[in-house]
Design a protein around this ligand. Sequence first.
Ligand SMILES: O=C(O)c1cc(C(=O)O)c2c(n1)C(=O)C(=O)c1cc(C(=O)O)[nH]c1-2
Length: 246
Amino acid sequence: MSDALLTPEALEAALRQIGAERYHNLHPFHRLLHEGRLNRGQVQAWALNRYYYQSRIPLKDAALMSRVEDPALRREWRRRIEDHDGTNEGDGGINRWLALTDGLGLRRADVEAGRGILPATRFAVDAYVRFVRDRSLLEAVASSLTELFSPNIISERVSGMLRHYDFISEDTLRYFGHRLSQAPRDSDFALDYVKREARTRQEQEQVLEALRFKCDVLWAQLDALYLAYVEPGMVPPGGFRPDNTA
Ligand SMILES: O=C(O)c1cc(C(=O)O)c2c(n1)C(=O)C(=O)c1cc(C(=O)O)[nH]c1-2
């Protein structure tokens, strides 16, 4: 690594390159999910495990905010918590994710308790929360930058799942419609932030490393789903076992 500072444009290009090579749209489990090649039980396993990720996002955003001294940055970041928790009982992203798990026939109490989630889901997601809590604010903000790439995968997922699965409806997928406007707003802000605040080459490298780490967090969750529910079908002790594979 040279120690020459990258221009903000070169830093952005390097971030986008990481997404092009490592984002979870490339994972074989997502290919199967979006192309209609999973059965209902496998889709249930995905939605159940992914609920744990959703449920921890406000915790990691609160951990980030607890270290922010600038009211303007807190004002910006707290919207993320409102997006997930809603401002009233019954709205917000977590609730919309539960509409998906309800629609798939999972019991709400099991989903909310994380009953049957895979060990690797818990380890990967908890590692993300810890990373945001323990690393610098710059790295914490940078680790959210996977969202730069999420609108494409969400569009692909919604159209693919509606086309291929008769147990999926527009209503059960309404979580994703909201993300299509929230994610670009959030990631544009985070991208401007890291381009402005990474003032040395070392800090720029930390930003790039944070994004690689986050891609690994997402990828590891899908590896675990693939091993347990696709090939070789090795559900760990205590793991969710679909009773309907039709
Ligand atoms: O559906 C997806 O593929 C996807 C990806 C990501 C992401 O790239 O981290 C997020 C989400 N969804 C999402 O719904 C979400 O709320 C979210 C928050 C964050 C974050 O790191 O703060 N990423 C993501």
